[in-house]
Design a protein around this ligand. Structure first.
Ligand SMILES: [Zn+2]
Length: 348
């Protein structure tokens, strides 16, 4: 697809996560071309998208162990809010982060079930490192999964595992937890794993409940520390990785320098899958952090993922290499080691 045409469609496409109805209307509005791009985007974009030559052994972030975590999390089964799988995941994560020296808190709250109004228990899982620092950064993800694969053509009431949409961000935080205590960071680091991002039973349901609760608590009851930055990881494990800049993250003047720093870090390391151009506008947890919590927060998301919200979102779609690339960039942003990729910087 010629570049200007691609850019035209990119400029016209605002696919809020989950707001598929809006997306379909927009696609219809664009006519057949837009729809074709939506369905058959893979090839067109792959031709243009950058792929680095980095191999797993070139990257000093243990992608293999992170991928092991991703599988372990998926082995728990569906992990939607209030489910047995979520409970098992919480137990596993509390143990994992505590063992590595993090101070773990569960920020509990309840929401009415969107279907019958019954109370659903939720909990954001927060891990603090260097808790004495007053200047902090938040590295976050959601750890709940969609209750059903609502976009699955064959079985929208089937099993949804959320390997990329759920477990990938969790896996990177689990792996990063090995390094964070030793990192010489400018800021104290908090991890937040949000519940209720995807607790919806219909595409136009209410998303991002956990980050909303987190941001409201932060705004209402100002702690003694401040979050200087927030970095959200969502859908970061796709084996076919392309991470464009999310539009809100670039549009917000307070967040734009963060986007430039992170994509600049990726360029320095030769992780070309971080593509320094805007593409999707995604209504994700970072919007709550920014608009409700006043935190300059960006979204690192690969939204070119055909298995999104289908039964096909399984570990096989994800790779150790993609987790390694994203984890490495985030860790280098937290504490630059001054090194380039072993393949050498920008030339990859
Ligand atoms: Zn989702």
């Amino acid at each position: 697809m010629p570049k200007n045409r691609q850019q035209h469609f990119e400029g016209s496409r605002h696919w809020p996560i989950g707001a598929v109805v809006v997306g379909l209307i927009a696609a219809l509005g664009l006519g057949l071309g837009g729809m074709a791009l939506l369905i058959g985007h893979g090839g067109a974009q792959k031709a243009e998208a950058a792929v680095s030559r980095l191999r797993l052994e070139d990257i000093p972030f243990d992608g293999q162990r992170a991928y092991g975590y991703l599988k372990k999390i998926c082995d728990l089964g569906p992990r939607f809010s209030g489910s047995k799988g979520m409970e098992a995941q919480q137990k596993l994560l509390v143990e994992h982060f505590s063992k590595l020296g993090g101070k773990v808190l569960l920020q509990r709250f309840e929401v009415p079930h969107p279907r019958d109004g019954s109370r659903v228990p939720m909990a954001n899982l927060i891990v603090q490192w260097h808790p004495e620092s007053k200047d902090r950064v938040l590295v976050c993800t959601h750890y709940d999964t969609l209750p059903y694969p609502m976009l699955d053509r064959r079985d929208p009431r089937g099993v949804f595992l959320g390997a990329n949409d759920g477990a990938s961000g969790v896996a990177i935080l689990m792996e990063l937890a090995h390094d964070v205590p030793k990192l010489e960071t400018k800021y104290g680091v908090d991890f937040a794993l949000f519940d209720g991002e995807d607790f919806v039973f219909h595409p136009d349901g209410v998303y991002c409940l956990g980050s909303k609760h987190f941001a409201e608590s932060y705004a209402a009851d100002r702690p003694a520390y401040r979050y200087r930055w927030g970095v959200l990881l969502d859908m970061v494990g796709d084996a076919d990785l392309q991470i464009y800049q999310e539009r809100n993250s670039v549009w917000w003047a307070d967040t734009r320098p963060l986007v430039e720093e992170i994509w600049g870090t990726a360029r320095r390391l030769g992780v070309r899958e971080f593509i320094a151009r805007k593409k999707y506008e995604v209504r994700d947890d970072h919007v709550m952090l920014h608009n409700v919590g006043g935190i300059a927060a960006c979204d690192i998301i690969d939204f070119d993922y055909p298995a999104w919200h289908t039964r096909a979102d399984t570990p096989e779609q994800c790779s150790a290499l993609s987790l390694a690339k994203v984890g490495w960039v985030v860790r280098e942003w937290l504490a630059p080691s001054g090194r380039g990729g072993r393949q050498g910087g920008e030339g990859n």
